[in-house]
Design a protein around this ligand. Structure first.
Ligand SMILES: Nc1nc2c(ncn2[C@@H]2O[C@H](COP(=O)(O)OP(=O)(O)OP(=O)(O)O)[C@@H](O)[C@H]2O)c(=O)[nH]1
Ligand SMILES: [Mg+2]
Length: 669
């Protein structure tokens, strides 16, 4: 049987979970419709999700339509949980992007569509909530074309929108307006179609149009738009038909070598680790030994596969499937199984968390328990990026926002019995090199205590280009293991620059490399004191790199959000001084009827304060949307982050020696 792995994505509250529930119901998987408002849906299963009525973790359920098993992945819409969406993107065959017929295109809708587009994931759009007062599907359709992509086409019309009686009527082959619009859209990527249609309309059959629509949807060139209501069920059958007809099921080569990706990790009732993996090719069987990361092959002890509703135990899972795997104890999110799939895993599609905070146990005795609990949370959510400061005995986590903080607090209390508070949220800054800096240490020369020669040059690279590592020496001039050790260590070292922040947007060139070949005494025993090892390069590289970085100098940049703020016109004057106090910079303000739309930038760390001030400031009418935009140079003294140093002694002595040399030769700075 074919499988289609389908993501349901949207801005928060657009109705993803309600739609998932409705799809399961209409597909005959569940008899009774659960509701988000009662906390009874199949996919919001965490206590916190049920209490708060928002999705926090992605969840998988499935149904069968026209002989295709559809694995539905319901994702969270709140921007604090965007990491959950990120992990899912790499395993999808298609997506449904949900947009509310009342609110229309929202900040996260744009972010998600951009990403789906970039990844070429075939996507249908669903205009939900047509039954709600204020629903205006026509307006939303125009917005989709203006704000998301012109390559959209409505597949039907909505009668009586904004009422419980709202109905969706699909366009048929007899609707000339629809066929004209289809031809117009599809001809952009299919010259033959337009020529044929111009010559003889009747030659282009309905069947041909449908098949071109399917092909172009499958290549993510066009996006058919459906409309309906997850609550009344209007339009949902048409959506199910669209999913089955228009989205491409997974190619399933079960005979090839095993290749898969882990996109979710959870703990079972007995604390056992369960990995959710999408299998791209081959097959995984119970008792198979599978390879992931650099790890020795580990044994799969049990498998469940999603079939007609829930996950059911099976002896094997083949290509195309999503499988739950037991037994892979140290598996992590993003790990490839077997041969890494073509799709790049672990790449970031959204911006990383821009905030961080120190987690403080209420009882000092809970410190160890807190560490264990946070380590488990980090398995499920690696982007929280746990960091431990051994000197201050503090643990800090990275965050997208305050809601995530609250979820962490509640999870620690409910699931681990650890009560915590948080220090003030601070921004996660980055450092960029100012100029070019180079340094080299020679083997056998003071103060280099290691058996290796390493020379590195660091220079600024374009914004958003990340870290590029280049070889300035011949590839064959050093053993590959040493080169790899140097590159890995360079990337690791750059996680903490001169001020303790990740160094980015730079190019590092290995300018010198040297080693002493494996030496043996006459009796053939390996002599460590005369032979270079990868360890020498791992130890030496940070020293040389920090030396080069000190010469280049760095500047610290803080994360900034782009915001759109809709405020009642009469309160516009009162809002501006508040924006100024929060260090927000309004760039444009446009009058729109009875309201003003202010757009500008605000430091990421101030977004929450702005959100909190808004209701009282605007009689509850203000609407704020914000998303990460870029990093801005910090004015005034650069904030420093405590260095979490793995090898403080070595590095400190060395850096002191370097510092003395650098100050003695100021012309090199
Ligand atoms: N009237 C109406 N209300 C809806 C519809 N779909 C969802 N809702 C309501 O909208 C609210 C949010 O619905 P959810 O299904 O939780 O939305 P979501 O997109 O899953 O939200 P997050 O996962 O938190 O991003 C709930 O109160 C639903 O009852 C709809 O079609 N019509
Ligand atoms: Mg939800």
């Amino acid at each position: 049987m074919k499988t289609l792995n389908l993501g349901i994505l949207a801005h928060v509250d657009a109705g993803k979970t309600s739609l998932t529930e409705r799809l399961l119901h209409n597909a005959g998987v569940i008899d009774e419709l659960g509701s988000v408002d009662d906390g009874s849906t199949r996919t919001d299963t965490m206590a916190l999700e049920r209490q708060r009525g928002i999705t926090i973790r992605s969840a998988v359920v499935s149904f069968v339509v026209d002989g295709v098993t559809v694995n539905l992945i319901d994702t969270p819409g709140h921007p604090d949980f965007i990491a959950e969406v990120e992990r899912v993107l790499g395993v999808l065959d298609g997506a449904v992007l949900v947009v509310s017929a009342v609110e229309g295109v929202q900040a996260q809708t744009r972010v998600l569509m951009r990403t789906l587009h970039r990844l070429r994931i075939p996507t249908l759009l669903f205009v939900n909530k047509v039954d709600r007062a204020g629903a205006d599907p026509e307006r939303v359709l125009r917005q989709l074309a203006e704000k998301l992509t012109p390559a959209v086409i409505a597949t039907g019309r909505v009668d009586a929108p904004g009422t419980r009686a709202a109905r969706c009527v699909p366009f048929g082959s007899d609707d000339a307006g629809y066929t004209d619009r289809l031809v117009d859209l599809l001809a952009t990527h299919d010259d033959g179609l337009l020529a044929g249609y111009v010559e003889d309309e009747s030659a282009v059959t309905w069947g041909r149009l449908r098949s071109v629509l399917t092909a172009q949807t499958g290549r993510a060139r066009v996006h058919p738009v459906f409309a309906g209501s997850a609550i009344t069920g209007a339009g949902v059958d048409a959506l199910i038909t669209g999913i089955a007809d228009l989205l491409p099921a997974a190619e399933s080569d079960e005979d090839g070598p095993l290749s898969g990706t882990v996109f979710k990790v959870e703990r079972g009732p007995a604390g056992e680790k369960i990995a959710y993996a999408r299998i791209f090719t081959g097959m995984v069987r119970v008792r198979d030994r599978v390879r992931y990361r650099r790890h020795e092959a580990a044994k799969v002890t049990a498998i469940s596969v999603f079939e007609a509703g829930n996950a059911v135990p099976r002896p094997a899972a083949g290509a195309g499937r999503i499988a739950k795997l037991w037994g892979l104890d140290d598996i992590r999110i993003g790990d490839p199984l077997g041969t890494p799939p073509d799709r790049p895993a672990g790449r970031h599609h959204f911006s990383p968390p821009t905030l961080e905070t120190v987690v403080v146990p209420c009882r000092a005795a809970d410190r160890a328990a807190l560490h264990t609990a946070l380590t488990q949370l980090a398995e499920q959510d690696p982007l929280i990026n746990l960091r431990q400061d051994d000197i201050r005995q503090e643990i800090s986590v990275s965050l997208y926002g305050e809601v995530q903080k609250e979820v962490i607090r509640a999870t620690l209390a409910d699931e681990h019995g650890v009560a915590v508070t948080f220090r003030e949220t601070t921004p996660v800054c980055v450092e960029r090199p100012v100029g070019v800096g180079a340094a080299v240490e020679w083997i056998g020369k003071e103060p280099n205590p290691f058996l290796g020669t390493v020379g590195l040059r660091i220079e600024p690279a374009p914004i958003d280009s990340g870290v590029e590592f280049r070889l300035g020496i011949e590839l064959g001039s050093m053993p590959l293991a040493f080169l790899k050790a140097i590159e890995e260590t360079v990337r690791e070292t750059l996680r903490q620059g001169l001020h303790g922040w990740q160094v980015t947007d730079c190019r590092i060139t290995l300018t010198h490399g040297g080693y002493w070949a494996r030496q043996s005494h006459s009796h053939g025993v390996f002599d460590k004191s005369m032979s270079s090892t990868a360890g020498d390069f791992r130890n030496l590289t940070p020293l040389v790199l920090m030396d080069a970085l000190a010469r280049a100098g760095t500047r610290v940049y803080e994360p900034m959000h782009r915001f759109r703020l809709d405020v009642p016109a009469d309160l516009f004057g009162a809002v501006l001084p508040v924006l100024a106090r929060l260090d927000a910079v309004p760039r444009t303000s446009t009058a729109r009827g009875t309201s003003y739309l202010v757009e500008g930038e605000v430091p990421a760390v101030r977004v929450h304060a702005l959100e909190q001030r808004l209701p009282s400031l605007t009689r509850g009418e203000g609407v704020l949307e914000s998303e990460f935009a870029h990093y801005r140079l910090v004015r005034g003294p650069a904030p420093s982050r405590t260095r979490w140093d793995h090898n403080p002694l070595n590095r400190k002595d060395y850096l002191l020696a370097v510092a003395r040399r650098v100050t003695a030769r100021p012309e090199q700075r």
